[in-house]
Design a protein around this ligand. Structure first.
Ligand code: HEC
Ligand code: HEC
Ligand code: HEC
Ligand code: HEC
Ligand code: HEC
Length: 373
């Protein structure tokens, strides 16, 4: 009996010891030297004091980031938003400093580390884990499809809205794409259903499981291999991401199964052609897109492309009907989270397909709508 008790005692000791060693090791591989973290951060977009995102208001009088923009474009503004400066939480109370980058204390403070709710422009309020909530608060977009609903209320589908202008979702709204219908960021058609959060797979389900919080680059595996290569066998490095397909569906129906990125591009170009046809045939004013604010211009000579002359702010497209406004919103939504294909490709595709279907009621389109995911 005594011998038995001793064996159990020994077993417990062995258990405790392995547990302890394991925990030390786990800690060792987790905690990075602060100096290394700082170096990574310095090289990141969040530290880029010369970026448009932090200098856009430098020539204004006074030179400050307006209240409405400060949450995301000024580290000081974000601290105000959190209420870490003693002000009310979840609101920016005053204009904030320009060239105020997203420095260590912007993310590492009491309020930031317990942030667990993110408010989206659609009005959706979503509970998230603190790390995700932090990233998502700024990467959430500025307008949602609901703004298009408001702007088009009371007009028939093809009626031109006086003083109508292009409503866009803004930039780098990764978390809104990721959440799909939970964030309700796209222009969602009432009679359609949309996918929710992209659950993806274990180990790649949160912002910081994929992105290093400091360099913002994609993490590697513990062995130093590309994070995605463990499951997507065609991947060895970043340059292969855009060729990842899982479903093996030829969404754009061009006869080749390509990576999700390219399938989205294909479907988007079908939508673009439909928008152009609709604008000239139904609205009587040709349209074109260029990657330059305000993005949609009058294609005055109707040659299908926006020339340097046509790309003037004064030549911004203005003949918006509700149908153009909502399809153009989804078109822009698919472009301005360039990583939409990773964050939630199916949501992006659903919005594109539904917009094409919308236009197909009035103009000819060449699209197999049954391929909608
Ligand atoms: C954009 C927000 C953000 C900024 C800016 C930021 N951090 Fe972090 N930091 C995080 C998040 C999120 C984590 C948790 C990462 C995780 O769990 O993968 C973290 C983790 C850490 C850790 C713990 C690391 C570990 O391995 O346990 C330290 C230390 C740290 N940050 C220091 C810094 C320093 C120093 C700076 C400035 C040079 C900085 N951070 C800037 C968001 C940020
Ligand atoms: C919810 C957060 C958020 C708010 C609020 C916000 N922005 Fe942004 N904005 C961003 C992010 C994130 C980017 C970064 C895009 C990039 O360069 O990767 C950005 C980029 C920009 C850019 C640079 C675009 C480019 O092509 O590089 C401009 C200009 C800009 N925003 C203007 C504004 C203005 C004006 C407001 C206020 C009316 C505003 N933003 C409010 C998140 C926001
Ligand atoms: C306070 C607002 C804010 C927070 C919080 C924030 N970001 Fe950003 N992020 C920005 C802005 C603004 C830019 C654009 C900066 C620029 O153009 O240099 C940006 C840029 C980026 C980029 C683009 C990098 C590139 O090279 O184009 C990535 C990726 C990114 N952020 C990921 C994250 C992640 C992950 C988190 C959470 C750990 C996070 N961000 C938290 C505002 C924020
Ligand atoms: C499955 C891994 C994964 C997850 C999860 C993920 N990202 Fe990304 N993200 C990527 C990859 C990969 C890219 C670059 C894709 C490319 O360049 O083709 C990217 C690009 C970005 C960019 C730059 C592109 C842009 O919009 O300007 C931002 C910002 C960003 N992610 C933020 C986030 C935020 C915030 C979250 C959490 C809500 C998140 N990401 C979740 C993998 C991920
Ligand atoms: C742990 C395994 C795993 C890892 C790691 C992983 N993925 Fe995935 N990925 C999957 C699975 C499973 C699916 C299918 C999910 C679904 O459709 O619900 C998928 C789907 C995708 C899709 C959509 C493809 C399609 O045809 O629908 C893209 C794009 C993608 N992953 C990119 C990435 C990128 C980029 C990374 C690295 C940052 C990554 N994945 C890491 C397992 C993984």
């Amino acid at each position: 009996m005594k011998k038995y008790a001793f064996l159990i005692f020994l077993l417990i000791i062995v258990f405790l010891l392995t547990g302890w060693i394991y925990s030390i090791n786990a800690h060792k591989s987790q905690s990075e030297p602060v100096q290394q973290i700082s170096t990574k951060w310095w090289g990141s977009a969040h530290a880029d004091i010369a970026a448009e995102a932090f200098t856009h208001w430098n020539e204004d009088e006074p030179a400050e980031v307006p209240q409405y923009c400060a949450k995301c474009h000024s580290g000081q503004g974000f601290i105000d938003y959190l209420g870490q400066d003693g002000s009310e939480a979840f609101s920016v109370d005053e204009p904030a400093a320009i060239e105020s980058v997203i420095s260590c204390e912007v993310c590492h403070n009491e309020q930031a580390e317990q942030l667990s709710t993110v408010n989206y422009p659609s009005g959706a309020s979503v509970a998230l884990e603190p790390n995700d909530a932090l990233c998502a608060t700024c990467h959430s977009g500025l307008d949602a499809g609901t703004a298009v609903v408001d702007a088009t209320l009371g007009f028939t589908d093809d009626e031109i809205i006086p003083d109508g202008s292009f409503i866009t979702p803004h930039y780098a709204f990764a978390s809104a794409t990721w959440l799909g219908s939970e964030g309700n960021a796209g222009y969602e058609y009432t009679q359609k259903e949309y996918v929710g959060r992209f659950e993806h797979a274990v180990g790649v389900q949160t912002c910081t499981q994929c992105h290093d919080a400091h360099s913002l680059h994609i993490n590697t595996t513990q062995e130093g291999a590309d994070l995605c290569s463990t499951c997507h066998s065609n991947v060895t490095s970043y340059s292969d991401y855009r060729n990842i397909t899982f479903s093996g569906i030829d969404y754009d129906n061009d006869g080749v199964v390509e990576g999700m990125y390219h399938e989205i591009e294909g479907v988007r170009s079908i939508l673009y052609q439909a928008m152009q046809r609709y604008a000239s045939e139904v609205l009587g004013e040709s349209i074109g897109w260029l990657d330059q604010y305000p993005y949609l211009f009058k294609d005055s000579n109707s040659d299908g492309v926006i020339s340097e002359e046509e790309a003037a702010f004064s030549n911004a497209y203005s003949s918006f009907s509700p149908r153009l406004m909502r399809t153009a919103f989804n078109f822009q939504f698919s472009l301005k989270d360039p990583a939409g294909y990773v964050h939630n490709g199916k949501y992006v595709l659903q919005l594109l397909f539904d917009s094409i279907e919308d236009l197909s009621d009035v103009v000819a389109v060449d699209c197999d709508l049954s391929l909608r995911p």
